[in-house]
Design a protein around this ligand. Structure first.
Ligand SMILES: NC(=O)c1ccc[n+]([C@@H]2O[C@H](COP(=O)([O-])OP(=O)(O)OC[C@H]3O[C@@H](n4cnc5c(N)ncnc54)[C@H](O)[C@@H]3O)[C@@H](O)[C@H]2O)c1
Length: 257
C-alpha cells in the first residue's frame, strides 16, 4: 500500500504547513521529494530534516522561468518527475467591494497560474516516462463559498476545471489528475486569518474558530496536515486511473459532495 519507491515527487509550497507534511509522508512511502518554495531557507531546512532523498528548490510558482528551471533541476538530480503536488498558496480576505484588484490578480496568479505553469513544466517528463500523477491542492472552497474570500473561492473552483481537463488529456498517456479539498487546517495561512476575519465580521476570534471555521464540522475539529498528507500519498500511489478527474473533500463533515 502507498508504495512510492523509485518515484520522484515535486511539492510546491512545501517549506511548511500542508506541503511539508505531504513531502514527509511521500518520503516515508519511498519517494525522492523536491521541496519547492519561495522561502528557500525553509525549503533547505525541510530537505535537511527529511534527509538524502530530499532536495530544496527555489521557486516562485508564478514565475515561468523559475518554474521551468526548478523542474529541470529536479529532473537533473532525480531523473524525472512522477508526482506533482501543486500546493503553494496564500489567503487574502476582504469584501468584494474593497478587494484590491492587485490582490485579486496575485491570488489568481499563485493558485491558478502556479498550477498551470508547474503542470506544463512537469507533463513532458511524465509523458516521456510512461505516466504520472498531478495533485492540486484545492479546498472545501473548491465546492463551497464563504464571505470575504472571492478570489480564493474563484481560484479553488478553477482548479477543478484544470484537473478535469488534465484527466481527459493525460488519460491515454497514463497521467492522472486529482484535486484534494481540505477544510480548515491550522497552518500559518489559517492562523493569520483568525484575527482578520474577527475584525471584518465584528465577532471574537473564538467565534471565528467555533462558528466560521468549525461550526459545520461533525466533530468541531480542524482537518489536520496528517489527514491531507495521507490522502495525497494514497492518490499518488493509486495504481489505476479509477479515481482520475475527481476531487476529494477532507473537511470533517463540513462539506459533502
Ligand atoms: N490551511 C488551510 O486551512 C487550508 C485549507 C484548504 C486548502 N489549503 C491550501 O493548502 C495549500 C497550503 O496551505 P497551507 O495552509 O499549508 O499554507 P502555509 O502558509 O502554511 O504554506 C504555504 C507555503 O506556500 C509558499 N508559497 C507562497 N507563495 C508561493 C509562491 N508564489 N511560490 C512558491 N511557494 C509559495 C509559502 O512560502 C509557504 O511555505 C494552499 O494552496 C492553501 O490554499 C489550506
Amino acid at each position: 500500500m502507498n508504495d512510492l519507491s523509485g518515484k520522484t515527487a515535486l511539492i510546491t509550497g512545501a517549506a511548511g504547513g500542508i506541503g511539508l507534511e505531504i513531502a514527509k509522508h511521500m518520503a516515508v512511502a519511498g519517494a525522492n521529494v523536491a521541496i519547492a518554495d519561495l522561502n528557500l531557507d525553509g525549503a533547505q531546512k525541510a530537505a535537511q530534516e527529511i534527509g538524502d532523498k530530499a532536495m530544496a528548490v527555489a521557486m516562485d510558482v508564478t514565475n515561468e522561468v523559475q518554474v521551468n528551471q526548478g523542474v529541470a533541476d529536479v529532473v537533473a538530480k532525480f531523473g524525472t518527475v512522477d508526482v506533482l503536488v501543486s500546493n503553494a498558496g496564500i489567503q487574502i480576505i476582504s469584501p468584494i467591494e474593497s478587494y484590491a484588484y492587485s490582490d485579486w490578480k496575485k491570488m489568481l496568479a499563485i493558485h491558478l497560474d502556479g498550477a498551470f505553469l508547474t503542470t506544463k513544466a512537469c507533463l513532458p517528463h511524465m509523458y516521456a516516462n510512461g505516466g504520472g500523477s498531478v495533485i492540486y491542492m484545492g479546498s472545501a472552497h473548491s465546492h463551497e463559498a464563504s464571505p470575504l474570500k472571492s478570489a480564493y473561492v474563484t481560484a479553488k473552483h478553477g482548479l477543478l476545471g484544470l484537473s478535469r481537463t488534465l484527466a481527459k488529456e493525460g488519460g491515454k498517456k497514463n497521467v492522472r489528475s486529482y484535486v484534494v479539498c481540505p477544510g480548515f487546517v491550522k497552518t500559518p495561512l489559517v492562523e493569520k486569518q483568525i484575527p482578520e476575519q474577527a475584525k471584518e465580521l465584528g465577532i471574537s476570534e473564538e467565534e471565528v474558530v467555533s462558528r466560521v471555521m468549525l461550526g459545520n464540522t461533525v466533530d468541531g475539529i480542524f482537518t489536520t496536515v496528517d489527514d491531507v498528507a495521507r490522502m495525497c500519498t494514497y492518490l499518488a500511489a493509486f495504481p489505476t486511473a479509477a479515481l482520475t478527474g475527481q476531487s476529494f473533500l477532507l473537511s470533517h463533515g463540513w462539506s459533502m459532495k
